[in-house]
Design a protein around this ligand. Structure first.
Ligand SMILES: [Zn+2]
Length: 294
């Protein structure tokens, strides 16, 4: 019988939210206690009233940057920060303003989206944030108008990411393989390196013919392990692991709890995954996408 090998390398959760009204530092502590070393902290929007000015966006982003600082100090964890307009918050505002104010409302919503990207970029330039996200398009049925404009803005953001050499974390619809194809085509049109497109909440199939050169960030629930093991060898450049932990007291442990990525990392190793994939998931890819741990 083969001796069990224990994973002693770094462990990155690639999509983790924290909330001052949730468990906050305690959640980060739980991740650390089971072997976690680095969080990719994704800005959590106020879905009920997202900011409507550039200054408003900057203020809420700055609080996420401060939360990252507090986690580093309290737990000696690495934290890299991802800031941007959440597609759900944005699309609802878009629909409301369009209804209220017609074309003028649509214009205003688009400007607000651009302001929120611009404010995020400012903090990236200052070295306080490390990527833009989560951005994307609505993952529920919307009017053709909203769908079209969402795609236009997404492509615009990809073009900006290309110019700035910055990574995008995407929140996009469905489990369908066609989504990857769509996004890959969009990236090609604007010249963006597809590795820099990280599909958050990705299904566990990571083979290159499905992911089309994008970087999948797999939501690593228990049921995902077998499929990751079955498709890892045919991936283009590996994959990331995430919980999409929301730190919401009304949904404790959702989407997956803070201890999940360390636990699944060991299970993947026990299941026979080549260690090289774990080094990619927990070191090489995060360093390439966000810069070194800090
Ligand atoms: Zn999220």
């Amino acid at each position: 019988m083969a001796a069990e090998v224990k994973w002693n390398g770094p462990i990155v959760d690639n999509h983790f939210h924290l909330n001052r009204n949730g468990l906050f530092l305690q959640a980060a502590g739980e991740f650390k206690r089971v072997g976690g070393t680095d969080l990719i902290l994704v800005h959590c929007p106020d879905f009920s009233s997202p900011p409507t000015t550039r200054k408003g966006h900057l203020t809420t982003y700055q609080d996420t940057v401060r939360m990252a600082e507090e986690v580093r100090k309290e737990h000696d964890l690495g934290v890299r920060v991802v800031l941007g307009p959440h597609p759900a918050a944005f699309a609802h505002q878009f629909e409301a303003w369009l209804q209220e104010d017609g074309e003028h409302g649509a214009e205003r919503a688009m400007e607000n989206y651009r302001d929120s990207i611009d404010a995020a970029l400012e903090l990236v330039h200052e070295g306080k944030a490390h990527a833009i996200g989560e951005v994307g398009r609505p993952h529920w049925p919307v009017s053709d108008r909203v769908w079209g404009l969402s795609n236009q803005l997404l492509e615009e953001t990809m073009s900006l990411a290309h110019k700035e050499g910055v990574t995008l974390q995407l929140h996009v619809e469905g489990e369908l393989e066609s989504t990857y194809g769509d996004l890959a085509a969009m990236a090609e049109r604007v010249g963006l390196d597809k590795q820099r497109l990280v599909r958050h909440y990705a299904p566990p199939t990571v083979s290159g013919d499905v992911t089309q050169g994008l970087t999948p960030s797999v939501l690593i629930g228990k049921g995902a392990i077998e499929e990751v093991l079955a498709t890892a060898e045919s991936s283009t450049h590996g994959f990331l692991l995430e919980t999409d932990y929301m730190d919401d007291v009304r949904r404790p442990g959702a989407v997956l709890g803070p201890k999940t990525v360390p636990k699944r990392t060991q299970q993947l190793l026990d299941g026979g995954l080549d260690e090289a994939f774990l080094w990619k998931a927990h070191q090489d890819l995060p360093d390439f996408l966000y810069g070194p741990s800090e």
